[in-house]
Every structure is written in structure tokens, then in C-alpha cells.
Write a protein that binds this ligand. Structure first.
Ligand SMILES: [Zn+2]
Length: 138
């Protein structure tokens, strides 16, 4: 179920990104009227899967989740969407007149975190295969 994956991603990434000390309210929406009110972008009319409002000076945030939108997101990408939203908390104090610079930085931070996670995974695989090779050298 998508909601389980969403919750698992928050549980995994909130502490990893150093956000355990924040107060983060996570709200899920599935009512069509509320979804249109909360998740339609003003500029393009596009629907987004999640929104964030944060007060960085108080380490306080609210993340709104558009549940029906997640039905169209691959399981593998759910975690990326959640990390993207959490990255907004990391750099929320950069927000000034509009969100465009914050969006670009958050998108690249999300990619960077996953590149690091992939690299760590690769190193473990290499280390395991080196250990396995040593066993058979005897
Ligand atoms: Zn964003």
C-alpha cells in the first residue's frame, strides 16, 4: 500500500536528514475538493503530490500529502518524493520572494542524497565480494 511506503520513507529519512528535532505534522488528503484547494499550483494549475509549509526559525513544519497522486508514482519514486519534501525543511530559510531557487536546490539535494546512498550500497557489495574472495584464496 502506498501509504505504508510513504510512512516508511518519512521514518527512514527524517532522522537521516537531521530533522528528528523538528516538529513535523504530516497530513494526508484524499477528499477531491480539499485536494484541488491544497495541491493545485497557482502558476500552472498542475496538481502536485505534496506541499510543505515550514517555519525554519521554530523548526516547525507541516507536510501535506495528496494521496491519490501517489497512486501514479512508482514505488521506487515514492521515497524520492518524500526526501524532496523533507529537503524543503533543510533549506526553508532560503525562501524569499518565490520558491524557484529553493525548488532547484531541493531537487539537486535529493539527487545527491540518493547518489551517496547508492555509493554506500556499492561499497558494501564490493567489501562483501572482497571478503568472499579471501575465503576462497586459502
Ligand atoms: Zn519541491
Amino acid at each position: 500500500m502506498k501509504l505504508d511506503l510513504i510512512k516508511a520513507a518519512f521514518d527512514k529519512w527524517i532522522p537521516r536528514l537531521g530533522l528528528a528535532w523538528w516538529t513535523i505534522e504530516i497530513c494526508h488528503y484524499d477528499d477531491p475538493y480539499e485536494i484541488i484547494q491544497r495541491f493545485r499550483t497557482i502558476e500552472t494549475g498542475e496538481m502536485v503530490p505534496a506541499t510543505v509549509t515550514a517555519q525554519w526559525m521554530y523548526a516547525d513544519a507541516r507536510i501535506n500529502i495528496n494521496l491519490p497522486a501517489f497512486e501514479f508514482i512508482d514505488d521506487d519514486n515514492i521515497e524520492r518524493v518524500i526526501v524532496h519534501e523533507l529537503c524543503h525543511l533543510l533549506i526553508n530559510e532560503m525562501r524569499e520572494t518565490d520558491i524557484h531557487h529553493e525548488e532547484r536546490v531541493v531537487t539537486w539535494l535529493t539527487k545527491a542524497f540518493f547518489w551517496v546512498a547508492d555509493a554506500v550500497k556499492e561499497d558494501f557489495v564490493k567489501a562483501d565480494s572482497m571478503r568472499a574472495d579471501k575465503k576462497y584464496d586459502r
